[in-house]
Design a protein around this ligand. Structure first.
Ligand code: CAA
Length: 260
């Protein structure tokens, strides 16, 4: 599949999806959002892929936000449409039946932070910087930031980030609970690949069903969530991987999972 603003590499069941517009610090224009959505759909269907890593081209930026040059002349209808495009692309990543890891290699601002927050796990370089500068442009986050951030770090902390537009370090983002881990810049991809390898070696269907339970835990009542957990837990027992995993445990050997 051909892309202009993203690069997609697949090796040993791990896909690396790189936003690549280095001339604009990987800012997200409409075309890039459409490509991200298409890539997420392709990765979902690709039986070879088990884990997806999302990162940015170059050494400076993960994604420096939505494209300000494109947004500058938008009218309200176009603004709404642009926001919808962002939501569609990021929701595809968020709901993909595979684990998606953000490797934040530099600036993750506005739409860039929103992209990272749509991933399942965020590892960041110690050089990364996070923030929602939208209000300094007299707009507010439009690719999910006002909705996902309070769900992840709580309402008050989300309000402080979004109302001030301030930029924070990776360490501060870690302390806020916005990201999972800070690693030395040069070791970011090594650490992310090691995480991906670990996840890759586990039962694929179990991971997919666990992700569904976890994601829905934020919108379902406890009672509804527990019902979903019962159903998905039961589903695992219909898979060959569950039999293999437990047989391997009893036989004191490593399991060989086939994703079925
Ligand atoms: N959109 C378009 N172009 C961008 C961009 C963006 N979000 N961010 C950076 N660029 C471009 C710059 O215009 C510049 O282009 P030129 O070389 O043609 O002038 C190039 O990338 C390099 O950027 P800088 O020269 O500004 O680099 P710097 O090191 O001095 O600063 C920065 C880096 C602090 C990240 C700065 O570029 C910056 O503040 N960028 C904008 C960040 C921002 O406001 N993001 C939020 C956008 S709004 C949003 O995302 C809405 C939403 O929720 C949907």
């Amino acid at each position: 599949m051909e892309y202009k603003n993203i690069k997609l590499e697949i090796k040993d069941a791990i896909a690396v999806l790189k936003v690549s517009r280095p001339e604009a610090l990987n800012a997200l224009n409409s075309e890039t959002l459409e490509e991200l959505k298409r890539a997420a759909e392709d990765l979902e269907k690709n039986g070879e892929v088990r884990v997806v890593i999302v990162t940015g081209e170059g050494d400076k930026a993960f994604v420096a936000g939505a494209d300000i040059v494109e947004m500058k002349e938008m009218d309200p209808v176009q603004g709404m449409e642009f926001s919808r495009k962002g939501h569609e692309a990021f929701s595809k990543l968020e709901n993909m039946g595979k684990v998606v890891i953000a490797a934040v290699n530099g600036y993750a601002l506005g739409g860039g932070l929103e992209l990272a927050l749509s991933c399942d796990i965020i590892y960041a370089s110690d050089k990364a910087r996070f923030g929602f500068p939208e209000v300094t442009l007299a707009i507010h986050p439009g690719f999910g930031g006002t909705q996902r951030t309070p769900r992840i770090i709580g309402l008050m902390k989300a309000k402080e980030l979004i109302f001030t537009g301030k930029m924070i370090t990776a360490q501060e983002a870690f302390e806020l609970g916005l990201i999972n881990k800070v690693v030395p810049h040069d070791e970011l991809m090594k650490e992310v690949f090691s995480l991906a390898e670990r996840i890759k070696s586990c039962g694929q269907i179990a991971l997919k069903l666990a992700k569904e339970c976890l994601n829905k835990s934020l919108s379902l009542s406890l009672e509804e969530g527990l019902k979903l957990e019962e159903a998905n837990f039961g589903f695992c027992f219909g898979t060959k991987d569950q039999k293999e995993g437990m047989t391997a445990f009893v036989e004191k050997r490593k399991p060989t999972f086939r994703g079925n």
